[in-house]
Design a protein around this ligand. Structure first.
Ligand code: FAD
Length: 446
C-alpha cells in the first residue's frame, strides 16, 4: 500500500489536525463526514495528487465545495475540499465564465454584472457552480434558457487514473455527455467554462397567500391553470411551508402557513404585470407581494432561501403531467397537519428545458418537478422519508423519475435519478473511467 508523507503538506488534514473540523463544515449539518484524509486543494495539481494517492491506496473519494449537496454520512477515505479554488474569470466578448471548483453562483453573478451579463444560477447565491451544474442546474430563468449544463463549453476534470483532462463536446463527446448529468461519478472537476446570458434586470418576486385561509389544493389548481398561459420567458414555481414559530422569524411570518408563487420574467415590467394579472384575479389579495422590476443582482430575494447552515433531507419527483388533484393532495399532506415541517415546491418546467442537449440530464419531457425538503427533527432521515413516501404516493401515477440536484442526504438511494437508457450509458462510462469505483461518495452509479 502506498503511504503519503503529508507531515509538511499544508494541503492535507487528518483527524485531530487543527482546521480539520472547520474544513468539513458546510451548509448541510445533518450528516457527518469523517475522512481519514482531507485534501484541502488549492490547484488542479493538488487534486491530481489526492486522486493518485487514493487510487494507490484503494480509498473512496468524496468531493466538497460548499456542502449544500452532501450525499450522506461517511467515515474514512479521502475528501477533496475545493473551497479554495474560487477563480472566476469572465470573458465578456465570448459571454462565458471560467470558474474554479470552489466558486459560488453569487461570486459569478457579481463578476458578470458589470459586463451586462448574468449566469444561469439557481435560487441561492451560496450554492457551488460545479456541483449544481454536474446535476443539471435548474435555474431561475430555466424555462427560457434550459438547464445550466446545456451551456457548458468545457470542463477540466481529473479522472480515477489521476489524469487531468480538458473535455469538450468535440474532444471527448462521451465523457462530456456523462459528466453533465452524471454528478460526481466520473471524476473531480477542477474548472468549468459555461455560458452567460445578456440579462441585467427582471420583473419578478413572490406573491404569498395564507394557506390556512385558502384551500391549498385550490391554489395549486389555479397556479397550474395559469402556467398554461405564460411564455417560456417566464419561469415560476409554487412553494408552501409553515414558518417556524420562533423568535428568529419576523413576527408577521411566525407560525404562518404561506403558499407563494415565485416569478422571474425577462420581458418588460408592463408585459409582466399583464401576464401575472389573471393569477392575481384567481387568487385574490396576497399576504405579501414583492413582484416588481429589479436589477438581476436582487434576484436571490425572489426565493429568499435560508442562508444559514442547517440539517435537512430532501427528495423530488418529475411529473409528466400537471395532475392538480394529486399535487394538491401532496401539498395538503405536507402542510400544517403533517408531523414536522416540510417545504414543498412545485417547479413549472417545459420551454427550453425540454430541448435536447448533448448531456446526461434526464427527463426533458417532464412538465413539472415536485420537491419536498424536510428540516431534520427527532425522527431523523427515516421520519422524513416516511412522510415523503406518503406524500409522493399522491402523484405516483404521473411520476417519471427523480432529480439528482434535489436529493439531499439520500446517497443510499439512486433509483430513478436517470431513465434506464441514460443509467445504462452512464454505468458503461463509469466502468471505463472508474472501474474500481473510487468516486463512490456520491449518488453512486456503479
Ligand atoms: C438552499 C439550496 C438551494 C438550491 N437551489 C438549487 C437550484 O435553484 N437549482 C438547482 O439545480 N439546484 C439547487 N440546489 C441543489 C444544488 O445544486 C446541489 O445540492 C449541488 O450538488 C450543490 O453543489 P455544492 O458544490 O454547492 O455542494 P457540495 O455539497 O459541496 O457538493 C455537492 C456534490 O456535488 C459534487 N461535486 C461538487 N464539486 C465537485 C467537483 N469539483 N467535481 C466533482 N463533483 C463535485 C459532489 O458529489 C458533492 O457531493 C440547491 C441546494 C440548496 C441547499
Amino acid at each position: 500500500m502506498t503511504t503519503h508523507d503529508d507531515s509538511h503538506d499544508p494541503h492535507t488534514l487528518r483527524p485531530g489536525d487543527p482546521g480539520y473540523d472547520e474544513e468539513l463544515a458546510g451548509f448541510q449539518t445533518g450528516f457527518t463526514q469523517r475522512p481519514d484524509m482531507i485534501s484541502a486543494a488549492a490547484t488542479a495539481d493538488d487534486v491530481v495528487a489526492a486522486v493518485a494517492y487514493a487510487a494507490d491506496a484503494h480509498l473512496p473519494i468524496g468531493v466538497q465545495a460548499t456542502g449544500h449537496g452532501l450525499p450522506d454520512t461517511s467515515t474514512g477515505g479521502v475528501l477533496i475540499s475545493t473551497r479554495r479554488m474560487t477563480e472566476v474569470r469572465v470573458d465578456a466578448g465570448a459571454r462565458t465564465v471560467r470558474v474554479g471548483a470552489g466558486a459560488t453562483w453569487g461570486a459569478v453573478a457579481r463578476a458578470a454584472a458589470p459586463h451586462g451579463l448574468a449566469p444561469l444560477n439557481g435560487s441561492a447565491p451560496s450554492v457551488g457552480v460545479v456541483g449544481y451544474t454536474l446535476g443539471g442546474g435548474l435555474g431561475i430563468l430555466a424555462r427560457e434558457f434550459g438547464y445550466t449544463a446545456d451551456h457548458v463549453r468545457a470542463l477540466d476534470v481529473v479522472t480515477a487514473d489521476a489524469v487531468p483532462r480538458h473535455v469538450t463536446a468535440d474532444s471527448d463527446p462521451e465523457l462530456f455527455w456523462g459528466l453533465l448529468g452524471g454528478g460526481a461519478n466520473l471524476g473531480v472537476v477542477t474548472s468549468l467554462e459555461v455560458g452567460l446570458v445578456p440579462v441585467t434586470r427582471l420583473y419578478g418576486g413572490s406573491l404569498a397567500f395564507d394557506g390556512r385561509e385558502t384551500d391549498v389544493a385550490g391554489i395549486v389548481a389555479a397556479y397550474t391553470d395559469w402556467t398554461s398561459t405564460v411564455p417560456s420567458t417566464l419561469t415560476s414555481s409554487l412553494a408552501a411551508l409553515v414558518h417556524p414559530d420562533v423568535p428568529a422569524m419576523p413576527p408577521h411570518l411566525r407560525g404562518r402557513y404561506l403558499v407563494s408563487v415565485r416569478i422571474a420574467f425577462t420581458g418588460t415590467a408592463q408585459e409582466g404585470a399583464r401576464l401575472v394579472a389573471p393569477l392575481r384575479a384567481a387568487l385574490g389579495e396576497p399576504v405579501t407581494d414583492t413582484v416588481r422590476e429589479m436589477p438581476y443582482g436582487d434576484s436571490p430575494t425572489i426565493h429568499a432561501d435560508p442562508d444559514f447552515p442547517h440539517p435537512y433531507y430532501g427528495d423530488s419527483v418529475f411529473l409528466d403531467h400537471a395532475d392538480a388533484a394529486g399535487i394538491g393532495e401532496l401539498f395538503t399532506l405536507s402542510g400544517p397537519a403533517a408531523d414536522g415541517m416540510h417545504v414543498v415546491q412545485l417547479n413549472h418546467l417545459g420551454g427550453a428545458l425540454s430541448r435536447p442537449a448533448p448531456n446526461a440530464v434526464p427527463y426533458r419531457s417532464a412538465g413539472w418537478l415536485v420537491r419536498i425538503l424536510s428540516p431534520l427533527g427527532e425522527g431523523g432521515r427515516e421520519a422524513a422519508r416516511a412522510h415523503h413516501a406518503r406524500a409522493f404516493a399522491a402523484v405516483a401515477d404521473h411520476t417519471v423519475g427523480r432529480s439528482l440536484n434535489f436529493a439531499f442526504g439520500g446517497g443510499d438511494r439512486t433509483e430513478g435519478l436517470h431513465d434506464p437508457d441514460t443509467r445504462k450509458r452512464l454505468a458503461d462510462l463509469k466502468a471505463a473511467y472508474d472501474p474500481a469505483n473510487l468516486f463512490r461518495r456520491n449518488y453512486n452509479l456503479r
